[in-house]
Design a protein around this ligand. Sequence first.
Ligand code: PLP
Length: 401
Amino acid sequence: MLAERMKSLAPSSTLAVQAKAKELRARGVNVISFGAGEPDFDTPERIKQAALQAMREGQTKYTEVGGIPELRAAVCTKFQRDNDLAYEPADVLISVGAKHTLFNLFTAVLDPGDQVVVPSPYWVSYPEQVKLVGGVPVPVVTDEATGFDLDVDRLRAAVTPRTKIVVLNSPNNPTGAVFSRVALEAVATLAVERDLLVVSDECYEPMTYEGRHFSIAQLGPEIKARTLVVNTCSKAYAMTGWRIGFAAGPRALIRAMTDVQSQVTSNPSSIAQWAAVEALAGPQDDVAKMAAEFDRRRRLIVGSLNALPGVSCVMPGGAFYAFPNVSGLFGRRVPASPDGPEHALAGSAGVTEFLLTHAKVAVVPGVDFGSDAHVRMSYATSTELIRDGLDRMASALKLLG
Ligand SMILES: Cc1ncc(COP(=O)(O)O)c(C=O)c1O
């Protein structure tokens, strides 16, 4: 009954962990979760008020497919203010979250067999979306020793005549890497030379802790003309549930993506769009406050992780994820428990399972993101829970033989 393409849509081990954590909670077990991909803050009040006002004013009908003109103008204001990038509203598309933006993009650009270079570790949805439209994701490894910065030589070697897109994600999910300007410059040169489209997913822009965020599109008109900059209200404004993502780039590409969207979802929620106008164009102080709090937690969690035997963690420059290397635990003996017999720890899924069973701590296995030596831990959770969770992990690791 199902299409061939469903055979390659990998069932996520993330979901298996979540299911197990849920089951433990249902049994009354207190599980501390580091799995969340969203801020633990509430959406700022000014944004909620804008949504209420929009409803009261009757902004409850279909809107322009690509977004209300006011929001597309606010997106242009944001790009000019924060990134020194000049766009016009016709260069902008508003979608139902950045995830939807990306799916519009891959649908509009990829023919079956076209290749998309994806630096690895990667956010899981890039390769899966590429595969859904018949494209071929080509993962290109980044090294922990460089803080997971782009490896331009490897990227260059991965480009073939079938390569159409390079996906950049900085700050990065899951590694927290902020790509260096030198690497971005080299990718820009490569993209121009080899006629590639660059997709720059900048969803974690405000969570850049050292220096200022820098977009590859800022490197000059030639690269800007072949870059789609993707961003979202989800993370910066704690608006994950509102589902507003946006993109700016070459006008013909934006038009094609808008045509795709017109046949699939039409406009994103009219009310959420008005809330997003306030989010992007209103005062930005809540963004900096949230980022400062994440920065404190970042230092706490990374310091505590590095104090665990067999675990090492590079200091991420952005986003709200720590990506500790847990391969030093592989081969250690896990004692028998009601959940299973004695066995040797193996792989990121094994470590995840061990932490859930013996520390009551939920993390996400790195294998989902392209690295089986790591686990991902979101620090979008309270300082108290970070302390408790890390104490639990330290105690659990003492059980290993
Ligand atoms: C790297 C990255 N890009 C895009 C998104 C999509 O965000 P949204 O669809 O909520 O805008 C996420 C969400 O987790 C992400 O981590």
